[in-house]
Design a protein around this ligand. Sequence first.
Ligand SMILES: NC(=O)c1ccc[n+]([C@@H]2O[C@H](COP(=O)([O-])OP(=O)(O)OC[C@H]3O[C@@H](n4cnc5c(N)ncnc54)[C@H](OP(=O)(O)O)[C@@H]3O)[C@@H](O)[C@H]2O)c1
Length: 325
Amino acid sequence: MISPVLAAYAVANDPDDPLSALRIDERPDPEPPDGWAVVTVKAASLNHHDLWSLRGVGLPEDRLPMILGCDAAGTDDQGNEVVVHSVISDASWRGDETFDPRRTLLSELHPGTFAERVAVPRRNLLPKPPELSFEEAACLPTAWLTAYRMLFTRARVVPGMTVLVQGASGGVATAATTLASAAGARVWVTGRSERKRDYAVKLGADQAFEPGARLPERVDVVLETIGKATWGHSVRALKPGGVIVTSGATTGDPSPTELNRIFFLQLSVVGSTMGTRDELERLIRFCVGKGVRPEIQMTLPLDEARRGFAAMDAGDIYGKIVFTP
Ligand SMILES: NC(=O)c1ccc[n+]([C@@H]2O[C@H](COP(=O)([O-])OP(=O)(O)OC[C@H]3O[C@@H](n4cnc5c(N)ncnc54)[C@H](OP(=O)(O)O)[C@@H]3O)[C@@H](O)[C@H]2O)c1
């Protein structure tokens, strides 16, 4: 007899009303294959990915019902405190896991972290340092890891560079602002309201601007997750030879893509997706060593997760939203 676990899961694909596709109820306990461990989830954080899944992006109907959630921190079956790396590469894959064409994230093929227990490959577990709470650690594996790779692996940001972060309050945006500032970059941010812009400055941004605003000068690097709504500004904000790193398109594909400006000013457009286990290990060390912590807007019991989804769907976010089963 398999005991059930409380979980937040997708039961349908609804592009227009994603919350109608969300259920919070009992699901069967995970059964780990060989080489996998069961983690008792102490905290899991919400990402825009979970809303995309409810809309059916990356989660086709034949995989439903599917427990959502990419990020978790908890305890493994030996009682060790762990952080879960969400990128599941093929067991035979060697090297950068994000380059494995067969990789998936938890909640795409295998049940995700919005549950009391989750099964993950043992190689995806990292020790959680005592300096980080479970809630803080649970914010790192998706939004923070993505921002870390965008900044330091893909854009090769070094101290003194000027970085423009498009978006002030989102998970990736707040991570990028905090990390780039802690690493000695000059950080400029765009945000859609004064409150969001003030919030970005509180996180470490040197200045915050309205979306599309003329900047004091051109920047070395732009971090993009928004797409259509900000792309033109991102391209126009760059110095000749500058780099846009993109990891998302929340508002859709940009049109026009500004190709003339991209080739004439020799700009680089660089894609980035999630991060490796090694990068997550370095990110955790950076957070502990520099006293950097994710900003958590709210922590909700898992049975109230719908409130967190609704806040993110409405764009009413300030940092990360965490669920505790
Ligand atoms: N490729 C990857 O591995 C990867 C990893 C993580 C995330 N992503 C993608 O990146 C995107 C952001 O993820 P997230 O978890 O950070 O999402 P989130 O927490 O919901 O943040 C959304 C961000 O988008 C901005 N935004 C939304 N709609 C906008 C609009 N119409 N105009 C201007 N700005 C708008 C918000 O700016 P304000 O602050 O001004 O409200 C906010 O900063 C998502 O599309 C996600 O799927 C991809």
